[in-house]
Design a protein around this ligand. Sequence first.
Ligand code: ADP
Ligand code: MG
Length: 397
Amino acid sequence: MTFKTIDQAGDLTGKRAQVRVDFNLPMQDGKVSDDTRLRAALPTIRALSLRGAKVVLLAHFDRPKGKRVESMSLKPVVQPLADLLQQPVAFADDCVGPDAAKVVDGLENGGVALLENLRFHRGEEANDGDFADELAKLGDLYVNDAFSAAHRAHASTEAIAHRLPAYAGLAMERELDALEAALGNPKRPVIGIVGGSKVSTKLDLLKNLVTKLDKLAIGGGMANTFLYAQGHDVGASYCEKDLAETAREIVRLAGQNNCKLFLPLDIVVAEKMQPGAPARVRGLGEVDEHERILDAGPETVARLKRAIDNSHTLIWNGPIGVFEMPPFDKGTVEAAQHAAALAKAGKLIAVAGGGDTVSALHHAGVAADFTFVSTAGGAFLEWMEGKPLPGVKALDV
Ligand code: ADP
Ligand code: MG
């Protein structure tokens, strides 16, 4: 796909740039408790402001379901954002209508305003044309910088993009470039690691990946279902036995698509799923009735590291063990550190995403060394599933 970037937007002096950002951030007692998402939006806001645009920020918070809910106001975001930008941020009590227009009209060139929660209006999530018309009245151009909201066809992510000249913001551009490098048009061989607890939440993802990747390593709880499907005893492990046939189908699909599958060679088991529980390395099928598989074994991890060495690109979603409970973090940490060192040395393009995956990479201390780590959650997973993202598609030129 091709999209326009903000440096192709021409002279922005005095132009109203409506920027869709993701400010759906963690708040505690009415205060922002993690400003990662604010920081992610700064480069685009600054770039537009420096070029003399009037920057109008569109965002949602939580799920007010189409009505005004005071506890879901975006107002608490204003001051932290102003502090980070080191410039004042105006706030409009509504995202459309006369109040919003007044605030936008009052902006100087380079000024920044945040509009109240889009989801206070039913039209936002309904992708309603009339509501999008109202929003578009407040802008001369539209910039989407919220990849994490791009899997939803909402008025501020989809319909508005057809009403104004539309551009990808800097964070969106970076994310799309990274995803293209990992899966769209990767430098081969490309290897995937998919872990996590359940096969059932990642069926579409596995089915798509086996058609795109040269190699796929399956780990974590979901690997148990594959082992069970191949006739191995998994003891008291987490396992979706009803999905055994589906697991076999994925193995077949991988074969048909020349995707080499890596299932565990050995495993780490314990009797209790608890931090510090005594861990034992076992061969496949050597699991006692009361034991659970909680991590990949040393041979499995060594083989995975070699497979990464022999790849140019890695795409990773899902920890390969119960990383929250050491020592069962070992496989995930070792694989993550190995990939990160190669990425840092410029030998591997390493892209990862997913809520727990991001936590695991931070736990391993290597998130910053990966080529790209997506914090987009649902949008990242839908993209890995090969689904078209409406908010991205709407930027296509
Ligand atoms: P993400 O959020 O990155 O998409 P998931 O939510 O799919 O990842 O999976 C993360 C969870 O999978 C973690 O909580 C981890 O403890 C769990 N997990 C990994 N390996 C196992 C295992 N062998 N048994 C049970 N749960 C596991
Ligand atoms: Mg998760």
